[in-house]
Design a binder for this molecule. Structure first.
Ligand code: NAP
Length: 249
């Protein structure tokens, strides 16, 4: 039996990388999945790639009216949500001596405030006994140069999981985080100016990972499937690193 048969799920940032792999996996496991992102063309491509039981809803998690429109659509079409994966996020590497207010605000707005309101506004639709998974990062417990704002946003996200687990326990809603290590997605390219620099970054990360390679988006999807499904029915409030051992050794 498929692990998510008949479930309704939302994956924010589902038009690319990790979110796209999660959405694809959820559909393979029997769910109907809504995916979001700001780029309409990428959304259309992702919907076509997944093929069935998927809908794309364009939106920016920084705009609360976009979240209202998203949940109004899910409410009208399905009447409920069983699984929420709050995964949208950006990295803008800047050392503390060069960080700009604009970049600092944007990274916190998307990764922290956008994620918090994605969860808050989902609650009326989310079924009792449902599951929330947020995408943090092993950066939440590491000191990578130029990642101060990003890492702090991911530590905030990890912290949310503890508080929300306590706040939502009477509704039996489980809240957990997945913390990827370096995963081969477009977010790695977004941190480099040229293709060569992006390849260097990939090599540097791979060399720092005990398993000696980058992770794949599908490997994060497997962990998120576990955290979203009844397979993890007694798991709550945790941060699951999926990082080839990078944060453990
Ligand atoms: P990605 O391919 O760049 O995906 C990022 C996703 O977030 C895209 O779908 C993007 O869609 C969406 N997004 C960004 N800003 C948004 C906004 N304001 N509103 C709505 N959606 C927005 O990178 P990824 O690696 O899959 O990243 C997914 C998550 O994993 C992020 O939270 C990231 O921090 C986390 N993570 C990644 C790694 C890694 O090594 N890849 C490691 C640890 C954690 P649009 O651009 O169309 O809006």
């Amino acid at each position: 039996m498929a692990k998510l048969h008949g479930k309704v799920a939302l994956v924010t940032g589902g038009n690319s990388g990790i979110g796209l792999a999660i959405a694809k996996r959820f559909v393979e496991e029997g769910a109907f999945v809504y995916i979001t992102g700001r780029r309409e063309a990428e959304l259309d491509k992702a919907v076509a790639m997944i093929g069935g039981r998927v809908a794309g809803v364009q939106g920016d998690v920084q705009r609360l009216e976009d979240l209202d429109r998203l949940y109004a659509q899910i409410g009208a079409e399905k009447g409920r949500l069983d699984i929420l994966v709050a995964n949208s996020g950006v990295i803008e590497p800047q050392r503390i001596d060069e960080i700009t207010e604009e970049s600092f605000d944007r990274v916190f707005d998307i990764n922290v405030k956008g994620l918090a309101f994605t969860v808050k506004k989902a609650l009326p639709l989310l079924k009792d006994g449902g599951s929330i998974v947020v995408t943090s990062s092993i950066a939440n417990c590491k000191g990578f140069p130029a990642y101060s704002a990003y890492s702090a946003t991911k530590a905030a996200v990890r912290s949310f999981v503890r508080t929300w687990t306590a706040e939502l326990k009477d509704r039996r809603i489980r809240v957990n985080a997945v913390s990827p290590g370096p995963i081969d997605t477009p977010i790695l390219d977004s941190q480099a100016k040229t293709k060569d620099q992006a390849n260097e970054l990939r090599e540097r990360f791979a060399a720092a990972i005990p398993l000696n390679r980058l992770g794949s988006p599908g490997e994060i999807a497997s962990a998120v499937l576990f955290l979203s499904s009844d397979e993890s029915s007694f798991v709550a409030g945790v941060d699951l690193p999926v990082d080839g051992g990078m944060s453990a050794l």
